[in-house]
Design a protein around this ligand. Structure first.
Ligand code: GLA
Length: 662
C-alpha cells in the first residue's frame, strides 16, 4: 500500500475499526470477512439464519487455458468455483462463478457477482462508461473516481439504453494503460467502482442484487454470467481492438458478411400489406438491397400499437393469402426476406392475453402499468417459453425467413410472479434464462437465420445477446450527426459488424418530434451508415431519379468495402463535436477505407486534420485522390482534409507493391 503503512502486528486492521479483509486485495470477497466493509461479491443467508459466509481456499486446477479456484465455507457445506478462462488471442480473461450447495438445506443467495478486479493501489483513476436514454444512447463519459462507491446498473429487466456494463479504468497521467471489461448478461446488472479509505480502487461486476434473491436448494448449483476483462498498454484503441476481435469471433455467424437491408418501419410504420410491401421490395431490389425486412404491423390484429402483440400469425386483412406471396416475390427479386417480432410482449387486446391474462409479469393486487399499450410476458415461466418456441418455430418452419429483428419495447413495472415455484425475486434472472432458452432453441432449429437485437433502439446490447444475435439496432434515432456520436460510443465495446445503421429521410426526425432543420446530403447519410452494417429505412417511392442513381452507386461501393468495415480493424482518428474521422483496415493492414465527416463548424474554412494509424511503417500506401507515402510518414504528418459543413468523404487506402520484391 504505497500511501499507507503496511499492516503489522501493532497496527493490523487500524485499531479496532478494520480487519485484514478491509485492506487486502481479496480475489472474491464474501460478506462475512470479519471487520470488512468493502463491496463484497457474495452475500449468503443460511437456513439457520446465519447471514455471513467465510470462504477458505481449497485447491486450484489448471487445464489448458482455464484455471479454477475452489473455495468453501468454513462451516457450511457450500463450495464455490471461481472460473478463469484466458482468451490469449484477444488478450482477455473471462471470469465466472459457480456455487454448489452440498448440504441438505436451502441457502439463499442475495448477491453473487461474476468478478472483482483491483487496480494498483494509491493512484487516482478515471472511469469511462456509456450513458444514454431512448433515442440518445451510447454517450461516452469519463469521470474521476473519488472516495466512496460509484454504482452503475440496470433495474429494467434489459441491459438498458441508460447504462451499459462496459467500462474502462485508467490513470489520467498514464492514458495508455487501460483496464477494461464488460458483462455477458441481458438483464439487471450492477457495476460498482469503489475507492476505499486506503486508496484501493476495485471494480465489481455481475448480476444486480437489487430486489434479487435465489433459493439454492440442497444439491443445487448456480452459475453466474461471465465477465470479460483485459489490460492494455495501448490505450483505448487497444481496449477496443481486444473486445472487437473477441466479439466478432463469438457471434453466431462470425464469417458471414452481413447483407445490405431495407426495413419498412420508417416508410410505412404499421400500414404494411401485401401490395405495398411488394412495391417497396421492387424499389429496394433496384437499388441493390439484399435483404428485405418487413417491420411491425404484419400480424393478427395489428393496426396500431394497441393490439396484436402475442398473436404471431399474419393478419388476415393485410395478408389474405398469408406471407408466402410476399416472400416469394421478395425471393424472386433476388433478395432474402426478414421479419420483425416482439416475442416477449403482449397487448391486452390480443387473443393471447384474452386466453392467458396470468402470463404477464404482475402483482395480483396492483394495476398492470401498460407502456406503449403493452405488458411483458413472464418468460421465467416454462409454459410461456413453450408457447413462444412453438409459435415462432412454426413461423420459421413454414416460411423462407432469413432474418429476424427481435424487438423489446418497454421496461418492467410491478415485477411480480404470482404462484412462482421458486422465490419470486428469482424472476430477474429466470426471465433472462427463459429468453436465452427460447432464442437458443430457435437458433438451433433454424441455424441459417440472422438475428438482430433491438429494444426500442439500443436497449439490449451486450455480450450475452451477441451470442444469439448477429447485429444490434443501435438507436431509433437515425439523425446522421447524432449517429456519429452514438456510433463512437457504441464502438468502444462493439465491432462495426454488429452495428446496424440505416439511411433514412430527414423528415423522419421531424416525425419523431426531434425536428432538425438541417438537411444532410444523401451521401453524408450513406457514409454514416456505411460505417456499420448498411441498411435503408426511407420511403423508397420518395427518392428522385438522381437520388436513386446515387444510392445505387453508394450501395455498390459499400459492397466493395464491406469486408473492411464489417470484419476489419477500426481506428477512430478524430471525434469532436463537429468532426469525425475513422479508418478501417483489413487484418494484414494492406487495405483500408477512411471516412471523414464535418457536421457544423461556425468557421468552416478550417480543414479537418487527422493522422492515419495502424499502418506498417515501411510499406507505401496510396490514399485515393491525396497521394502516396510510407506508413511511417502518413502516421507522423497531419493530413488536412478540406471539408465544408455537412460534407463527408470516403477514401480508399491501398498498400502499394514493394518494388524491391517484384
Ligand atoms: C421499435 C423499434 C423500431 C420499430 C418499432 C416498431 O421502436 O426500435 O425500429 O421496429 O419498434 O414498432
Amino acid at each position: 500500500l504505497p500511501n499507507y503503512p503496511a499492516p503489522t502486528d501493532d497496527n493490523e486492521g487500524y485499531a479496532s475499526f478494520n480487519g485484514p479483509g478491509q485492506l487486502a486485495a481479496s480475489e472474491y470477497p464474501a460478506y462475512g470477512d470479519g471487520l470488512s466493509y468493502i463491496e463484497p461479491c457474495l452475500k449468503l443467508t443460511f437456513a439457520d439464519g446465519t447471514r455471513t459466509a467465510e470462504l477458505e481456499f481449497v485447491t486450484s486446477t489448471v487445464q489448458d487455458d482455464s484455471l479454477t479456484l475452489t473455495l468453501r465455507d468454513a462451516h457450511y457445506p457450500v463450495r464455490l468455483a471461481l472460473h478463469y478462462h484466458l482468451h490469449a488471442h484477444d488478450d482477455l480473461l473471462e471470469r465466472w462463478v459457480t456455487i454448489y450447495n452440498e448440504g441438505d438445506t436451502a441457502v439463499t443467495i442475495e448477491r453473487i457477482f461474476s468478478a472483482q478486479w483491483h487496480v494498483p493501489t494509491g493512484h487516482d483513476y478515471h472511469l469511462r462508461h456509456l450513458v444514454g436514454r431512448w433515442y440518445d444512447e451510447w454517450q461516452l463519459v469519463e469521470e474521476p473516481l473519488t472516495a466512496g462507491t460509484k454504482t452503475l446498473e440496470s433495474r429494467r429487466l434489459t441491459t438498458s439504453h441508460h447504462h451499459n456494463p462496459w467500462f474502462t479504468l485508467h490513470r489520467p497521467d498514464q492514458p495508455a494503460a487501460v483496464w477494461f471489461g464488460t458483462l455477458a448478461w441481458s438483464g439487471n446488472w450492477k457495476l460498482t467502482a469503489e475507492v476505499s479509505e486506503t486508496k484501493q480502487t476495485r471494480l465489481s461486476l455481475g448480476l444486480n442484487d437489487w430486489d434479487f434473491a435465489w433459493q439454492l436448494g440442497a444439491g443445487e448449483t448456480f452459475t453466474t454470467p461471465f465477465a470479460l476483462a483485459g489490460y492494455t498498454a495501448e490505450g483505448f484503441a487497444g481496449a477496443r481492438r481486444c473486445l472487437h476481435q473477441h466479439i466478432r469471433r463469438h457471434l453466431p455467424h462470425p464469417e458471414q458478411l452481413r447483407p445490405v437491408l431495407y426495413n419498412s418501419w420508417e416508410a410505412t410504420m404499421f400500414a404494411v400489406d401485401e401490395p405495398s410491401q411488394k412495391q417497396l421490395a421492387e424499389r429496394a431490389a433496384e437499388l441493390g438491397v439484399e435483404l428485405f425486412v418487413m417491420d411491425d404491423g404484419w400480424f393478427h390484429g395489428r393496426v396500431f400499437d394497441n393490439a396484436g402483440l402475442g398473436d404471431w400469425w399474419p393478419d388476415e386483412t393485410k395478408f389474405p393469402h398469408g406471407l408466402q406471396p410476399l416472400i416469394q416475390h421478395v425471393n424472386q427479386l433476388g433478395m432474402q426476406f426478414g421479419l420483425w417480432l416482439e416475442p416477449e410482449m403482449v397487448n391486452p387486446d390480443s387473443e393471447l392475453y384474452r386466453a392467458h391474462p396470468d402470463w404477464v409479469i404482475h402483482f395480483p393486487t396492483r394495476p398492470r402499468t401498460p407502456a406503449r399499450n403493452q405488458l411483458i410476458l413472464n418468460l421465467a415461466r416454462p409454459d410461456v417459453q413453450t408457447y413462444l418456441i412453438e409459435k415462432l418455430d412454426a413461423l420459421l418452419s413454414q416460411h423462407n425467413i432469413a432474418f429476424i429483428k427481435w424487438d423489446m419495447n418497454r421496461n418492467v413495472s410491478e415485477p411480480g410472479w404470482p404462484n412462482a415455484p421458486a422465490d419470486p425475486r428469482e424472476i430477474w434472472v429466470r426471465y433472462v434464462q427463459g429468453l436465452y432458452r427460447v432464442w437458443d432453441t430457435l437458433r438451433e432449429r433454424h441455424p441459417q437465420v440472422l438475428w438482430q437485437s433491438c429494444s426500442g433502439g439500443g436497449g439490449r446490447a451486450d455480450l450475452g445477446i451477441l451470442h444469439r444475435a448477429d447485429q444490434i439496432w443501435v438507436s431509433d434515432n437515425t439523425n446522421p450527426a447524432r449517429r456519429l456520436a452514438m456510433q463512437y460510443g457504441f464502438s468502444q465495446c462493439f465491432p462495426a459488424g454488429t452495428m446496424e445503421a440505416w439511411v433514412t429521410k430527414d423528415e423522419f426526425q421531424t416525425l419523431m418530434g426531434q425536428g432538425d432543420p438541417v438537411h444532410y446530403p444523401l451521401q453524408f447519410r450513406f457514409h454514416v451508415s456505411m460505417m456499420g452494417v448498411l441498411g435503408l429505412g426511407m420511403n423508397l417511392h420518395h427518392l428522385s431519379d438522381a437520388e436513386k442513381a446515387e444510392a445505387q452507386k453508394l450501395i455498390a461501393t459499400y459492397k466493395e468495402i464491406r469486408p473492411l468495415v464489417q470484419q476489419g480493424e477500426q481506428f477512430w482518428l478524430v471525434q469532436t463535436e463537429t468532426d469525425t474521422a475513422v479508418l478501417y483496415l483489413d487484418e494484414s493492414h494492406t487495405e483500408g477505407v477512411l471516412f471523414a465527416f464535418r457536421t457544423f463548424l461556425p468557421e468552416p474554412s478550417a480543414p479537418l486534420r487527422l493522422r492515419l494509424a495502424g499502418l506498417t511503417d515501411t510499406a507505401v500506401y496510396k490514399l485515393e485522390g491525396i497521394g502516396q507515402k510510407t506508413g511511417a510518414e502518413w502516421q507522423a504528418t497531419d493530413l488536412a482534409l478540406p471539408l465544408g459543413n455537412f460534407e463527408s468523404r470516403l477514401l480508399r487506402l491501398t498498400q502499394q507493391p514493394d518494388p524491391l520484391k517484384s
